[in-house]
Every structure is written in C-alpha cells, then in structure tokens.
Ligand binder design. Structure first.
Ligand code: ADP
Length: 159
C-alpha cells in the first residue's frame, strides 16, 4: 500500500504500544499522520498541546514520515481535509474490536469511501494501555518500560 494513513487516538499518553502501530503502519504506507484528539469517555486531563508534544518526541526517530497534529472535528471531515482515504487503529482485545467495529460501521455511513486497517497488537504490548500507565504514574510507579523517556520524564516531573 502507498499513500498517507491517519492514526487517530487520544494518546493520553503515547505508549510503546502506539509506537509499535506507527512503526508497522510505516511498512505499509509512505507516511502516517498521528491525529491527537479528545475522547469524551477518556480522561482529558492531560492538555492536548502536551499530548501532541509528547507524541512528537516519542516518534521523532521516524523523521518526516510521521506527522503529529491535534484534531477536534469529525474524523471523516479530517480525512477529507488531509486527502487520506485510510485510517489505521490498533487491536488488543475483543473489546477493542467491538469499539472499533462500531466506529467503522458509523463512519461507513458517513463516508463510504474511507477504508480501515486494524493492526493486531504485538504480543509484547498486548496488555499495555494509556489508562494503566496514568494509574501507575499517578501512584509514583516506574513507567519507563512502557513509554518513551520523554513521557516518563513528564510524569516524573508531576506536570
Ligand atoms: P482512543 O481514545 O481513540 O481509543 P487511544 O490513544 O486509547 O485512543 O488508542 C488509539 C489507538 O491505539 C486505538 O486503536 C487503540 O486500540 C490503539 N492502541 C492503544 N494501545 C495499544 C497497544 N498497546 N497495542 C496496540 N494498539 C494500541
């Protein structure tokens, strides 16, 4: 496959599980746009600008093949604005699948021309989630096995 794929999510914060999806998407597409949004049912406590900044640092190794942007519009409108026809998401569990499938079904009605690539998580990261990382960091635990050093430093500084 070629072209640009959009990887939308909350990235609150970005983890090695997200990084793994970006790395593997780059084997399928020319470039990845990481679209950092807000999700009503996820903790929005970490400012969007901070989440974007941490994504940029955590993905800097991929150079200009990866772009990180904030977005707060409908995904289908964002896709049109970016001229991309493909969305990538990661799948860990059956509940991820359920959630993704519902989102895809709705979006297929809104924008039938879009396609979706669902990449199964690498086994190493299958139990890793941003919410667990926040929980561990909030209790003073060591999250350095799960996130880029810039993310660990952000939480260690208590900001
Ligand atoms: P959202 O609020 O949109 O679900 P997340 O940042 O939680 O945003 O997740 C973004 C995407 O990354 C989702 O498709 C999610 O399934 C995927 N993802 C999150 N953690 C992992 C992981 N450890 N391995 C693979 N995919 C993951």
């Amino acid at each position: 496959m070629t072209g640009v794929v959009v990887y939308p999510g909350s990235f609150n914060p970005i983890t090695y599980g997200h990084r793994d999806i970006v790395e593997r998407a780059l084997q399928l597409f020319d470039s990845v746009i990481v679209a950092v949004g807000t999700s009503a049912d996820k903790d929005p406590a970490t400012y969007l600008a901070t989440r974007i900044d941490l994504c940029r640092q955590a993905l800097a190794e991929f150079g200009d093949r990866v772009e990180v942007e904030g977005f707060n519009v409908l995904l289908v409108d964002y896709m049109r604005a970016k001229g991309s026809r493909c969305v990538v998401r990661g799948l860990r569990t059956m509940s991820d699948f359920d959630y993704e499938y519902q989102m895809i079904a709705m979006n297929q009605t809104l924008a039938p021309d879009l396609e979706y690539v669902l990449l199964p998580t690498s086994r190493q990261w299958s139990f890793l989630s941003s919410s667990r990382v926040r929980e561990i960091a909030g209790l003073g635990g060591d999250i350095s096995d799960f996130v880029h050093p810039a993310v660990a430093a952000h939480y260690a500084s208590g900001s």
